[in-house]
Design a protein around this ligand. Structure first.
Ligand code: C2E
Ligand code: CA
Ligand code: CA
Length: 561
């Protein structure tokens, strides 16, 4: 598909001139001329001599004639051989060119060839007064198929997707696999009717409703699409819209579609460029901030609901950016994961948190959040234990929080990692429970020590009255599996009251105060007599604490409800 578009940009190949420049053909032609010039009379004379009517022809001339004939035959044969050879080499060259331009798995164009094909089609569309749309497609969560079902299954899905695309597209539309699970196609459309492209993309989304049936399994997939046109929505040509620019804009639109929650499509809009620029600034800022130690641990209190006693803290990362102020982990953690810095970031924070938490009373635990990306590292457990050893922080005071999304990863590796952490005394909590898709089987078979009810469910308790069936179900489940429970996001006294009636729980949330930095926690603990005995150094001005809640048992703040 779209191969013909490529030919227009091919330079003249040496074989073509070789074909024209045939010495052999020249020899044969010269021999023909000689034969016509001299052979005519000589043959007539030879015939007369044979019939006994004339003189024997000159032997020298006869020899020359024979030589002439031999040269003709030689020249012709050589010419035939040469043309055959050239045809052979042409075919080989064509094969090599095809291989260099197509993706071997799907036979679609590859990224490099797509650029040329797009440019060629753009020029043609332009000459016909048409607009051109460049559509970039990315499968959502394709990596999981590869990881869970193996690469053969992944390949099968890609081939099937490619076939679906071909079935939808007109035959002249170039279709490319840009790499991995990323595809693109280009399509001309009437400049006033971009909705024709929308229609096609919608049909593509509809076709995805049909699951991919492979020999051993059936998978359901969604995709995200980014579209860039060389005309604006009112049909005017956008300046500087060559193939490379279209590709880049479609990529930005695709990124936007992914960020907006996947399984959707967007046309490129200039605001996306600004968004992406901001994103690049964030990336640079994160790299710099990491080198400068701008990431710091904040801590959120964890309270025993029944007794009101402070039992530990959850460490929550914060970025103290000189430009942006205090930045939430919800902004920088996903970026750090994407750019491969999450392990370094997390380890830097853990080292600081272990050093600070070592100064707290030894009854207080520390919970840390671990990204699914970190759990892909087979050495994660060793690295964490090494950090604990060098900080002198006892493993039994540490709780590692992982989310359900970790369970979609390489489960054997996750299990081994959790087991070796647990062997050292570290406890494991399942965070944000209820938001993912962990099965009962996973809950039973993985070594969890606690489940944390996601704050979105806890929020339901805000209304007094009948209890939330989800929370009741989670609590019953926890009891059945003998797993203690923490409720997070406890924002007010009403929620807290409802929780108290649900049995023995731990709770955390704004009702006990906002997360605070190490210095504030230290002051809080110092005032409550909950610093480790050897951590004698009283922090300067520790007489009062920011929240004023100095008791060892934390009381909910009525003002915050
Ligand atoms: P999480 O583990 O569910 O953490 C609880 C989040 O809820 C925190 O947001 C906390 O500030 C917020 N929160 C606490 N109490 C309340 C409340 O009463 N109401 C409401 N609405 N929210 C409350 P934060 O600090 O912005 O963290 C967001 C998420 O970022 C965390 O969710 C966690 O998944 C992730 N995160 C934080 N620190 C780290 C880290 O060091 N590493 C990794 N991988 N992820 C982290
Ligand atoms: Ca957490
Ligand atoms: Ca949580």
């Amino acid at each position: 598909m779209g191969q013909e578009a490529l030919n227009e940009h091919e330079p003249e190949r040496p074989l073509v001139s070789a074909e024209r420049d045939l010495i052999a053909l020249g020899i044969a032609a010269a021999a023909c001329i000689l034969l016509v010039g001299t052979g005519g009379s000589l043959v007539a004379r030879a015939l007369e001599a044979l019939l006994g009517e004339g003189r024997q022809p000159d032997v020298l001339l006869v020899n020359a004639l024979l030589l002439n004939l031999a040269l003709m035959i030689f020249g012709w044969r050589r010419y035939r051989e040469l043309t055959r050879e050239i045809a052979e080499r042409r075919r080989a060259e064509e094969r090599a060119r095809l291989l260099a331009n197509t993706d071997p798995l799907t036979q679609c164009l590859n990224r490099r060839a797509m650029l040329a094909a797009t440019e060629a089609l753009r020029q043609r569309a332009r000459a016909r007064g048409e607009a051109l749309a460049y559509c970039m497609i990315d499968l959502d969560n394709f990596k999981q198929i590869n990881d869970v079902h193996g690469h053969a299954a992944g390949d099968g899905v890609l081939v099937m997707l490619c076939q679906r695309l071909r079935d939808l597209l007109p035959s002249e539309a170039p279709l490319a696999r840009l790499g991995g699970d990323e595809f693109a196609f280009v399509l001309p459309y009437p400049p006033q009717h971009p909705e024709r492209i929308d229609d096609l993309v919608i049909r593509l989304f509809e076709s995805m409703a049909d699951p991919f049936r492979l020999p051993q399994l059936t998978v359901e997939l969604t995709l995200s699409v980014g579209i860039a046109g060389d005309h604006d929505p009112i049909g005017a040509e956008t300046p500087a819209s060559d193939a490379a620019a279209l590709m880049h804009r479609a990529d930005m639109a695709l990124y936007h579609a992914k960020k907006e929650g996947r399984n959707r499509f967007f046309w490129f809009d200039p605001s996306m460029e600004a968004e992406l620029r901001f994103r690049h600034q964030l990336e640079t800022g994160i790299r710099r901030g990491l080198a400068r130690g701008e990431f710091v641990p904040f801590y959120e209190q964890q309270i025993d609901v029944e007794t009101g006693a402070l039992v530990g803290f959850e460490m929550l990362a914060r970025w103290q950016s000189p430009q942006l102020g205090l930045v939430s982990p919800e902004i920088f953690v996903p970026i750090a994961e994407e750019i491969g810095l999450i392990s370094e970031l997390s380890e830097q924070l853990m080292a600081k948190a272990f050093a600070e938490a070592r100064e707290w009373d030894e009854s207080l635990t520390l919970a840390i959040n671990i990204s699914p990306v970190q759990l892909r590292d087979p050495w994660f457990a060793q690295r964490l234990l090494k950090l604990l050893v060098s900080a002198g922080f006892p493993p039994h005071r540490l709780e590692v929080e992982i989310t359900e999304s970790c369970l979609h990863e390489n489960i054997t590796l996750v299990r081994a990692t959790l087991a070796s952490l647990r062997n050292q005394g570290v406890r494991i909590s399942l965070d944000d429970f209820g938001t993912g898709y962990s099965s009962l089987e996973q809950l039973r078979s993985l070594p969890f020590d606690r489940i944390k009810i996601d704050r979105n469910f806890v929020r339901e308790l805000r209304q007094p009255g009948p209890r939330s069936p989800i929370i009741e179900a989670i609590i019953t489940l926890g009891r059945g599996l003998d797993l203690p429970i923490t409720a997070e996001g406890v924002e007010d006294a009403t929620i807290l009251e409802s929780l108290k009636s649900l049995g023995r729980l731990k709770a955390q949330g704004y009702v006990y105060g906002q997360p605070e930095d190490g210095e504030a926690v230290r002051a809080r603990l110092s005032a409550a007599g909950k610093l480790a005995p050897q951590a004698g150094r009283p922090p300067a001005g520790a007489a009062g604490t920011p929240g004023g809640a100095c008791e060892a048992t934390s009381q909910p703040r009525s003002a915050q409800s």
